[in-house]
Design a protein around this ligand. Sequence first.
Ligand code: ADP
Ligand code: MG
Ligand code: MG
Length: 211
Amino acid sequence: SRRAARTLLGHLEAVAESAKGHESHFATLDSVAGDGDHGQGMSFGSKAAHEAARAAVAEGAGARTTLVRAGAAWADAAGGTSGALWGALLTAAGGALSDESDETTKEDVIRAAEAGGQAVLRLGGAAVGDKTMVDALVPFLRTLRSEASGGADEAWRAAATHAHEAAESTADLVARRGRSRVLGERSLGTPDPGAISFAVLMSAVAERLGR
Ligand code: ADP
Ligand code: MG
Ligand code: MG
């Protein structure tokens, strides 16, 4: 329904604002062992996703359609590996929701997040320890599920915190996937840009929950 879609629109606004605010941070991380474009990719992608969601909500679209369109717009606008992965994540998460239901339940949130995560794992083929966004995403999902008895908002906050810790820990890893794998040990000591941006964006949503 419109109400559930409007809530999602608010989350996507928070994501876009946060990505813009962290653009140079993400770029700096990606310049160590990547090609330096992660700030711009996340900023462009999330802005396009937010705009597409706003247009969908204005047309009266439900949660599913709003998120599916946001994902398509993100992948189109961002380019790069992370653009394709975030596009797939949002599109799959949207596919797990309904256009009709008025409330997004705790189970809906978990189901959508897990569908989004599965899409990233399937498309990217990375495993935990490869030094990618998967290293933050998998602990995020695990905590989201394990803390769910306290309610969806509390679980999301705990999951975002766990994602941050896990993202920081990728500094100890050497990349095995993505562009930075060819640079091998150069990435040692710096966390993976995509893992950090994942944690930052999930925290931006967390800060907005319950408001
Ligand atoms: P590109 O690498 O194409 O320049 P970005 O710089 O925007 O794209 O994104 C880089 C991030 O993408 C990496 O830090 C990593 O987290 C993520 N990434 C790269 N390859 C994969 C993969 N196969 N699976 C999951 N995440 C990946
Ligand atoms: Mg890059
Ligand atoms: Mg690139």
